[in-house]
Design a protein around this ligand. Structure first.
Ligand code: ADP
Ligand code: MG
Length: 344
């Protein structure tokens, strides 16, 4: 029996879209961290309870959102990061789709507090996940933004069923937070789970500081047994740390790749690094690395999937070759001095 065609309410549309962006608590943390970083924050605090299933709070000291724009920030297809299709070709911010806050708020109890430079007060906006929003409420607070997401999926039982034990959700968030901490050594982060500080890193302003931060995040063994990498070839740059062949793993569990500061899962790139180590590692062993690829924004398409973990290169084989060759040169150099030895 055919039913009449009707327009979805924007609330229902948001909930459906949330299926693509908000898979689990870690996806909420990812979106909120990206927003905080896009706002130029230098200090970001992440506080979660019960693996993020009960509560997720991200506070930053970025630009904040002006009072009159706050209602827009939480509505769909509203973004300050993109004005035209041309902008999309060279997008340099982590977000640009204007749907994260709308999606997240449609599947949680949601509260945002923000104060911009131009406002003398902070403003609060909240929703209990029914598509209805509170009036703007004034409050106190410093410049920046704080978002709190409670009871994720409380109103979408089908999705709530897919949540795992708090411990599992916590470890997804912890991995994500670690990646973000690795990617932005110019930002201080504090990560709290059930009232305990799990990870805390300070801003880095020296090589020594960078090594300390690497050591805190990747372990001191890795920091001691890895090579500082720095290669540049016209438009493309590779930097970071590549584990010495002697520091190898039975699993591919210490491999971190970033493209223009973005966390990516890219088989082409991981394969390039794997190939780079092929001659110096035993079969079945895996290298450890933290590598950053920087290429012009217009040569990489980040709009492949809503969660933005995938990227597409205008010239994949060029990136592949550069990565494989650079890493291979570094790790197969005999008597290479590890970065922690002081003999750089
Ligand atoms: P997007 O990041 O794709 O633009 P979001 O839904 O994540 O979409 O956010 C919508 C808008 O709200 C952003 O474009 C930005 O202007 C504003 N915003 C969100 N979070 C923050 C934040 N932490 N600091 C400053 N502005 C923010
Ligand atoms: Mg965003």
């Amino acid at each position: 029996m055919r039913q009449k065609i009707e327009q979805l309410s924007s609330y229902l549309a948001d909930q459906i879209a949330a299926g693509e962006v908000v898979e689990r608590p870690a996806s909420v943390v990812k979106e909120l961290l990206e927003n905080a970083l896009d706002s130029g924050a230098t200090q970001i605090d992440i506080e979660i309870e019960e693996g993020g299933t009960k509560s997720i709070r991200v506070a930053d000291n970025g630009t904040g959102i002006p009072q009159d724009e706050l209602p827009l920030a939480v509505s769909r297809h509203a973004t300050s990061k993109l004005k035209s299709l041309e902008d999309l070709a060279a997008v340099s911010t982590l977000g640009f789709r204007g749907e994260a806050l709308a999606s997240i708020s449609s599947v949680s109890r949601f509260q945002i507090r923000s104060r911009s430079d131009g406002d003398s007060l902070a403003w609060n906006l909240s929703s209990e996940g029914e598509g209805r929003w509170s009036e703007l409420q004034p409050g106190a607070g410093r410049v920046g933004t704080e978002v709190q997401v409670r009871d994720l999926f409380f109103n979408t039982p089908a999705r709530k069923k897919f949540l795992r034990a708090a411990r599992t959700e916590f470890s997804h968030i912890d991995q994500l937070v670690k990646r973000v901490m690795l990617s932005r050594s110019d930002v201080a982060f504090k990560f709290i789970h059930n009232q305990k500080i799990v990870r805390q890193v300070h801003r880095v302003d020296s090589d020594e500081g960078a090594l300390q931060r690497l050591s805190a995040l990747m372990g001191s063994d890795f920091a001691r047994q890895s090579l500082r990498i720095e290669f540049e070839n016209s438009d493309i740059r590779l930097h970071g740390w590549a584990g010495l062949p002697t520091f190898n793993r039975s699993q591919a569990d210490m491999q971190y790749l970033f493209v223009n500061g973005r966390i990516v899962r890219d088989r082409l790139l991981s394969y390039a690094v794997k190939q780079a180590y092929a001659d110096v590692l035993y079969h079945g062993r895996h290298p450890a690395y933290v590598l950053f690829v920087e290429i012009p924004f217009d040569l990489v398409d980040v709009n492949v999937h809503p969660a933005k973990y995938e990227v597409r290169f205008a010239n994949g084989s060029w990136v592949y070759d550069f990565l494989r060759r650079s890493v291979r040169d570094a790790v197969s150099r005999p008597l290479a001095a590890p970065s922690g030895s002081g003999a750089q």
